[in-house]
Design a protein around this ligand. Structure first.
Ligand SMILES: [Zn+2]
Length: 212
């Protein structure tokens, strides 16, 4: 079976990551650096070491996810008492005080979404590595979803920042960001870079190799 459309790769073309100029693939590609004839940017047929780099970043993010959930996110001190809250104890606190919407937002943004992103990225990596690609369009959609959702999982950091700012202005009891906030920021940033280093064109390369 012949593929319906040829990819730039098959036609010997390469697109510049910086200015998106499509140029003829230089002979040197693969044997040292080739440069874009327009902007001088380095040309890559595919993001280099995409799979290995994405794996490393996903695994690092999963490691940071543990202290982000186990260590305290906020440390509150009122008259004489100090209490430390993890993400989950914060969620439970809001649920018990009737603010289930806030509990739901915190749970979704800090626990569920990062976890979902791990699952999706691992699924994409395995699909490309073991050539499990049946519906490449759906895989590409999944990839776009993880890219788009990145900024929303930073929500918890915003909440902590706003709380701390309110405290400094004297509106609330003394609240400080706990160590989990740092790990959480690391989870968000590493997953975002992981999604960025995955090359979705690899999904379509699997399909094309099958047709050949
Ligand atoms: Zn260029």
């Amino acid at each position: 079976m012949k593929p319906i459309r040829s990819s730039a790769l098959q036609l010997g073309l390469v697109s510049c990551h910086d200015c998106h100029l499509l140029s003829r693939r230089p002979k040197t590609l693969g044997h040292g650096a080739a440069h874009c004839p327009r902007c001088g940017g380095e040309l890559h047929q595919r993001k280099s070491n995409s799979i290995a780099r994405t794996w490393a970043l996903v695994l690092a993010a999963m490691v940071f996810y543990i202290p982000a959930n186990v260590l305290p996110m906020t440390i509150t001190s009122a008259v004489g008492t100090v209490s430390a809250d993890t993400i989950m104890s914060g969620v439970i606190y809001f649920m018990q005080h009737g603010s289930w919407e806030i509990a739901l937002v915190i749970f979704t943004a800090s626990v569920f979404v990062p976890f979902l992103k791990f699952i999706i990225l691992i699924y994409l990596l395995l699909s490309v590595q073991f050539k499990w690609v049946k519906q490449p369009k759906n895989l590409t959609r999944l990839y776009r979803f993880t890219e788009a959702v990145g900024r929303w999982s930073m929500l918890d950091i915003y909440v902590v920042t706003i709380l701390v700012a309110l405290v400094k202005l004297g509106f609330l009891a003394n609240i400080e960001a706990g160590p989990a906030a740092l790990y959480f920021a690391l989870v968000v940033v590493t997953t975002m870079i992981a999604a960025e280093s995955f090359d979705p064109r690899l999904i379509w390369d699997v399909v094309e190799k099958k047709h050949e």
